[in-house]
Design a binder for this molecule. Structure first.
Ligand code: SPQ
Length: 439
């Protein structure tokens, strides 16, 4: 039986100090994938040594890619070229990681061999037809369960043809899967996004020397080219920084400097939403590292007001809503989120699970089909369940900064999927968090 970890977080306190949170998860996944199919050597610094990115790494090792590391965030990948991957002898287990599974569907659809993708209970509930259906339109042969979930069986040796695809949902994973399949397709593959989503795949393909064209909401590439290995510096993950951006904003007396954070404009919705609520966040020393904008973020306590969150910001902050709901619970007045139905199909149903937890802590939180209405108030102590979702666990840990009593959070082991060392780092900055093992 796997070890269960609960968090017990004492109420009150403030966050103070400086920290560099771990590397960006989205960029770390893509660095492994592109480095593996590139020609020559790719050296990565700042790689996220967390379970999700390590699942991607293990998958490529199983397909014959030689990788040294990770060692303190450093990795060396000996690329096998576009056609050098080998058939895996067993199903590729992608654990809890949606990004690994969806992007691999695209990449593996164009290989000469068969493969099977599996994941944990949470990943095996998440919708996969959003990638398998357009891949079939490209000529892929790919099977899911009747419910459209993993295990996914991908049949190799298919001839892929580029498509022009209008995405029904704003999803960087769907866009990336199709672009990766497009590398192996005949002709041009174009994806049109209903709203901008994170663009790391496009930026990184360019960094590996592969031409990608963007015209407004459309991203296109031509199949049949090749990638050249390169050096990559992965910035700190703004999605992990978000916990301390909110924590310092809600806890009087706080001031935190977060170093070397990726501030790609397709990821900075959390900064804009917090600022609309009245947060005090300064962007210091903005710079560009290997095609990605980076800065230090200084955040201090400020009283927050409830707002109606602009829908245009939703895809740009999609992973930050669990902790933004905590900000809303500590704000004066009502915060209204709409247009965020995607939150219901993440590692957990992040609308329902956060609403249940906030209600258990005495907050008026009303879930809607595509969002939530939260009236700011006094958080009590209590026991909440993370449903094995890393971002829910960390969000409720941060809530303790403004609670009247201790908050106990069940089932926090999956914090390791995106933020190894969260408990220690949060403790160093001032959160009184104890991780308790059971089982
Ligand atoms: O990888 P996974 O499990 O899907 O992770 C999450 C997260 O909270 O860490 C979502 F649950 O991030 C996704 C994100 O929501 C990572 C991602 C990417 O790297 O391309 C894109 C987003 O998903 P989507 O479905 O909007 O494309």
């Amino acid at each position: 039986m796997s070890v269960k970890i609960d968090y017990v977080v004492a109420p009150g306190g403030a966050l103070r100090g400086r920290a560099r949170v771990p590397g960006d998860k989205s960029i770390s996944h893509r660095a492994i994938m592109l480095g593996s199919i590139a020609e020559g050597v790719t050296r990565i610094r700042g790689f996220l040594e967390a379970e999700d990115a390590l699942a991607t790494l293990a998958a490529f090792r199983r397909m014959g890619v030689a990788v040294e590391g990770p060692d303190s965030g450093r990795l060396t990948i000996y690329g096998v070229g576009m056609h050098g991957l080998k058939a895996p002898s067993e199903p590729l287990d992608l654990g809890n990681s949606g990004t690994s599974m969806r992007l691999l569907c695209g990449l593996l659809a164009g290989q000469p061999f068969d493969s099977v993708l599996i994941g944990d209970a949470s990943l095996s509930r998440r919708p996969m037809r959003r990638v398998t259906e357009p891949l079939k339109q490209m000529g892929a042969k790919i099977e899911t369960t009747p419910e459209g979930t993993a295990p996914i069986r991908i049949f190799g040796g298919r001839k892929l043809t580029g498509i022009h695809y209008q995405m029904p949902v704003a999803s960087a994973q769907v866009k990336s899967a199709l672009l990766l399949a497009g590398l192996y397709a005949e002709g041009e593959t174009c994806v049109v996004e209903p709203a901008p989503t994170r663009d790391h795949t496009e930026r990184m393909l360019l960094g590996f020397g592969y031409p990608v064209r963007r015209e407004g909401k459309r991203v296109c590439l031509q199949g049949g080219g090749k990638l050249q290995g390169c050096d990559l510096d992965v910035p700190a993950d703004i999605s992990s920084a978000a916990f301390f951006l909110v924590g310092a904003s809600i806890a009087p007396g706080s001031e935190v400097l977060l170093e070397h954070v990726g501030i790609n404009p397709t990821r900075t919705g959390v900064l804009e939403i917090l600022r609309l609520m009245g947060a005090k966040i300064e962007v210091l020393d903005p710079r560009s590292i290997g095609g990605e904008p980076v800065a230090d973020l200084k955040v201090s306590y400020a009283p927050l007001q409830g707002i109606r969150i602009p829908e245009a910001l939703v895809p740009l902050a999609i992973d930050e809503f669990p902790v933004l709901f905590v900000a809303a619970a500590c704000a004066e007045g009502e915060t209204v989120l709409t247009g965020a139905g995607e939150l219901r199909v993440k590692e957990s149903d992040r609308i329902q699970v956060m609403a249940d937890g906030l209600k258990a802590l005495g907050i008026d939180a009303r879930p809607t089909p595509d969002g939530m209405v939260i009236r700011g108030g006094q958080l009590k102590g209590g026991r909440v369940h993370s449903h094995g979702d890393h971002r829910i666990a960390m969000a409720f840990a941060i809530a303790a900064l403004r609670a009247q009593g201790p908050i106990e959070i069940e089932d926090c082991a999956n914090v390791a999927t995106s933020f190894p060392g969260f408990a220690e780092l949060a403790g160093r900055l001032g959160l009184a968090l104890e991780a308790v093992r059971r089982g």
